[in-house]
Design a protein around this ligand. Structure first.
Ligand code: AMP
Length: 509
């Protein structure tokens, strides 16, 4: 398949707001792909590279001046070059990667170059997000959407699922299961403003209460002697966390998949602020050296596979019993089975006083809803926080001259579609954050006014605030009081941000 056909599909997706039209554009592209390429087509149209990261900076992408007049590049050829780029290691590899990118771009038309640049920089999120991709695979190969969703959650990505659907329809999708060694989408939690509300949301069922650890979500896979670790966004971090690898390797089970958090703890057992764990996990410096300064501890809360048996459809009660048999308590999240809301409230206060982020309440009869905000888990945090999307940003003044500073915050509006603005904030940002966001929002800019720069609404930011009030200032009719930035969330995409309904509920409005 010519890369140009993908450009056409991706242009059709970007040009329409209609979900159905997006689905149709992607389904057409999937149908016309060769069986060997259909996975790549699904991956590229989701903005994902099978190689994950190519190690090419955005500077390297800007340098090209040449372009081809006519499209000749094949999708499979592009994948082969991406494979070479990702595989370049060691001395001279930076220059070799840059050379490969330059040669590839020089063979592409201008429209193809835009697509390739976006793919390499990981910036294509034009609406071909999972929901649309799932529907497109279902439509292209006439298979039920539910079967596609299940398979994507268990396979981690759309690519192998598109290939299976094309090759063998629904029967082939059903053979896709959880595999030790291959990451799957983790289950997510709903949120409630208080313990009482959380109990209500869980419908009076028997629950466990667990400490909510403010670290990095890690899925640990063990198969014989090999251990692999993946983050929430399925990025592999095995090489960065040797002490976690050692802990998992020491467990007796032969095949194992565990779900949990990795966190830096102080010698007295209190968690370090999130930034410390985040910096350790993100750092590419020598992990053996880093672990001596900032050791991290795995705290697991779920077991998904054990010795050949998939546990996703077993009730949480049973999974936890097996977890407790398999993993010693120093590597498990603190947990209790409270008799009611009063007892749960006591645990909440105790754990928050011990420096933790909050709690997660879990129905004991719930299955593991891979990739979904399942009804079985509800988180409660002591302060109000929201994950919002940055819509625009203002140039700073005074000490912040030359920096993109005051960010405009939006929540999702599922009824109307799109995002609605709720406020602005320039509070809570560290100097590093200001540096980072100035670069980031410059890259995302779509309109550069003298004072306000409008950006593609892709960056999620976690903000704390003191309350929600009615306001005529913003189209949402709501405003946040004293919003301040806690951190940028690179593990969430805009379609996972909080909704205006959540904001209204938090304000009791
Ligand atoms: P949030 O990222 O704010 O949506 O909260 C959900 C996240 O809390 C999960 O994705 C986990 O990374 C994290 N978490 C921390 N402790 C737990 C726990 N005991 N159970 C489930 N998730 C937890």
């Amino acid at each position: 398949m010519l890369l140009a056909e993908l450009v056409t599909a991706s242009t059709r997706v970007a040009a329409t707001r209609s979900r159905n039209a997006k689905v149709e554009a992607i389904a057409d592209a999937l149908r016309s792909a060769e069986p060997a390429e259909v996975g790549l087509v699904a991956a590229y149209l989701s903005g994902v590279l099978p190689q994950r990261r190519l190690g090419v900076g955005w500077r390297g992408l800007r340098e090209v001046s040449q372009s081809a007049e006519h499209p000749t590049l094949q999708v499979a050829e592009v994948d082969a070059v991406f494979g070479q780029i990702a595989g370049a290691h060691g001395e001279g590899s930076v220059a070799r990667r840059a050379g490969l990118v330059r040669d590839l771009l020089a063979r592409a038309t201008e429209a193809e170059q835009r697509l390739l640049r976006g793919l390499i920089a990981g910036e294509i999120r034009q609406g071909a997000l999972d929901g649309v991709m799932l529907k497109a695979i279902a439509a292209a190969f006439d298979v039920p959407e539910g079967a596609v969703r299940r398979a994507v959650m268990l396979a981690g990505y759309a690519a192998p699922v598109a290939a299976a659907a094309m090759a063998g329809g629904e029967a082939a999708l059903d053979t896709i299961g959880l595999q030790a060694g291959r990451p799957m989408r983790p289950m997510l939690a709903a949120s409630a403003p208080s313990i009482g509300d959380a109990f209500e949301e869980l419908g009076g069922a028997e629950v466990a209460i667990e400490c909510k650890i403010d670290g990095i979500r890690v899925q640990a896979h063990k198969l014989d002697d090999e251990v692999r670790l993946f983050t929430r966004s399925l990025e592999e971090v095995t090489d960065r966390l040797p002490e976690v690898v050692e802990a998992v390797a020491s467990l007796p089970a032969r095949a194992l998949v565990l779900d949990g958090e990795v966190v830096a703890l102080r010698p007295d057992g209190r968690p370090e602020p999130f930034q410390v764990t985040g910096a350790r996990t993100a750092s590419r410096k020598d992990p053996q050296q880093l672990r001596t300064v900032t050791p991290v501890t795995p705290l697991f809360f779920d077991i998904l596979h054990h010795a050949g048996a998939d546990l996703l459809d077993r009730p949480a009660r049973e999974r936890h019993a097996l977890l407790a048999e398999t993993v010693p308590s120093q590597w498990r999240v603190a947990r209790a089975e409270p008799a009611g809301a009063t007892e749960a409230q006591q645990h909440f206060e105790e754990w928050v006083a011990a420096g933790h982020e909050g709690v997660v309440l879990k129905r004991l009869d719930s299955t593991y809803a891979a990739g979904r905000r399942g009804a079985g888990w509800v988180k409660v945090k002591p302060r109000h926080t929201l994950d919002l999307v940055v819509l625009a940003v203002e140039w700073g003044s005074g000490r912040r001259r030359g920096k993109l500073s005051n960010i405009h915050l939006g929540a999702r509006d599922p009824q109307a579609g799109g995002l609605v603005m709720l406020g602005k904030t320039f509070k809570g940002m560290t100097d590093e954050m200001l540096e980072w966001q100035t670069r980031r929002f410059d890259e995302l800019a779509v309109e550069r006014g003298d004072h306000v720069v409008t950006v593609r609404p892709e960056q999620v930011v976690e903000v704390a605030f003191d309350g929600v009030q009615r306001s005529t200032r913003y189209p949402s009719g709501l405003a946040l009081r004293f919003a301040r930035v806690i951190r940028y969330r690179d593990d969430k995409s805009a379609d996972e941000a909080d909704t205006i309904d959540t904001v209204r509920a938090l304000g009791g409005l």
